[in-house]
Ligand binder design. Structure first.
Ligand SMILES: *Cc1c(COP(=O)(O)O)cnc(C)c1O
Length: 417
């Protein structure tokens, strides 16, 4: 099969459907995901060896998308009760759900225990105490893992951002053993495993191997203290190729390298190995389509004003993130350098800077690699309705989310008498 996103006589296609036709039929801005691309990313992961993949729901929480992963047998990594409800609505199984997050509320813990999630990834002693108390009230035993913070050296790995000491996430390494002991002593908790999540958009395997060495040392200590560890959860964080020069390892090779590294330690027992990828499962399986509203060439800069803004795709303005921008059709002529900016009343509302493009008013553009942290970070700022979302499957188009209506945005608001 051709790659899910490909060109036919210069025109961009998502599987069997032209992007121009999608924009015409469903309007822009518009998120479009390829089912084949999602499935290929999942298969690339599980092709690396006997692992369990938990889709990080915060990357893309559309129930149509999550439902496709549920059909493949994937698990889910969630960070809120809302995400848990979405997974269940999508046909996901509670017993495949890992409940992460640094600030779980009483209600969220209750819900997780009630539906029977597979594991709570816990990040502190007060969180253990709260979970133990709630499980006790419910007459249940909650399965737990501790999220440890391996403090991977940021000098060697500058892109590591969540696996550091001065970070709000995880249990500090030196506190891990006493925290495991505390957990093992709580009668409504059962220790199942260990997890870490060291950062995002990581483009080499080395920081994972460094973190794994530390985690595996800790596992030896914890098991030495008589507490069994049944699974190792490596977290997510693997990067994708956004088209700006960062080339991450192939997903299958990445999984193989991690499994080989674990194998080398010759542990007395086989442990399950879990992953929690978000971006690397979803990121390059989606694009955002947008239309050129106006062109404003100028002495200092040429501005291309599009109908998608920072409320629709927040990553450029939030993280200075790069997304490739392409015209959906490829007209002949001379290109220029453009700043591709949105309509929101903020100078920070831009999607791409200094892009070499041949543009005409009314052209449809594709913003690539928008399948992860795209729609899920969209907002209604400037009272803008959020885009529709589609899944393309061969020649079939599924509307997995309708475009919001403006009325729905103020439906819960009330005039003052
Ligand atoms: C965000 C997150 C992930 C997914 O990260 P990606 O960079 O999208 O792979 C996985 N696990 C946890 C705990 C997270 O917070």
């Amino acid at each position: 099969m051709a790659t899910p996103f490909h060109r036919v006589n210069g025109a961009l296609f998502v599987e069997g459907v032209s992007a121009t036709a999608l924009a015409g039929a469903y309007g822009t801005p518009l998120y479009v995901y390829s089912r084949a691309a999602l499935e290929a990313a999942y298969h690339a992961y599980v092709g690396g060896g006997p692992i369990k993949v938990h889709v990080a729901v915060k990357a893309n929480s559309n129930i149509g998308v999550l439902g496709l992963f549920a059909k493949l047998g994937a698990g889910f990594d969630i960070v809120s009760g809302g995400e848990l409800q979405r997974v269940l609505a999508a046909g996901g199984r509670a017993r495949d759900v890992v409940f992460s997050g640094v600030g779980k509320s009483v209600a969220e813990m209750r819900m997780g225990i009630d539906v029977g999630v597979k594991c709570f990834n816990v990040e502190s002693i007060p969180e253990l105490e709260r979970l133990n108390e709630i499980a006790g009230q419910m007459g249940a035993v909650a399965p737990i893992s501790l999220r440890v913070n391996p403090d991977v050296d940021p000098k060697t790995h500058p892109y590591i951002s969540t696996g550091l000491k001065d970070n709000k996430f995880g249990v500090a390494f030196e506190d891990a053993l006493p925290t495991y002991r505390a957990a093992a002593g709580m009668k409504n908790l059962r220790v199942m495993g260990i997890d870490c999540h060291i950062g995002s958009q990581i483009t080499s395997v080395e920081p994972y191997l460094d973190a794994l060495d530390k985690v595996l040392d800790l596992v030896d200590e914890v098991e030495g203290a008589g507490i069994e560890i049944h699974h190792l959860d490596v977290g997510g964080g693997l990067g994708i190729d956004y088209g700006n020069g960062d080339v991450p390892p192939d997903r299958t090779e990445f999984v193989r390298a991690i499994l080989a590294h674990i194998e080398k330690r010759k542990a007395p027992r086989k442990r399950e190995v879990w992953f929690e990828p978000g971006r690397s499962l979803l990121g390059d399986a989606g694009i955002m389509l947008t239309t050129v509203e106006f062109l404003k060439p100028g002495a200092a800069k040429n501005f291309c004003i599009i109908d998608a803004g920072m409320n629709d795709l927040a990553r450029p303005s939030m993280y200075q993130a790069y997304h490739a921008v392409e015209t959906v059709e490829q007209p002949q002529g001379k290109s220029r350098t453009w700043d591709v900016v949105g309509p929101v009343c903020e100078s920070g509302c831009w999607i791409g800077r200094d892009r070499e493009l041949l543009l005409r008013q009314g052209d449809v553009l594709a913003v690539r690699s928008a399948g992860a942290y795209g729609f899920t970070m969209a907002s209604n700022y400037n009272t803008r309705a959020r885009p529709a979302e589609l899944v393309v499957d061969g020649a079939k188009v599924h509307v997995v989310r309708e475009r919001e209506t403006i009325e729905s945005l103020y439906a819960g608001e009330h005039l003052v008498e």
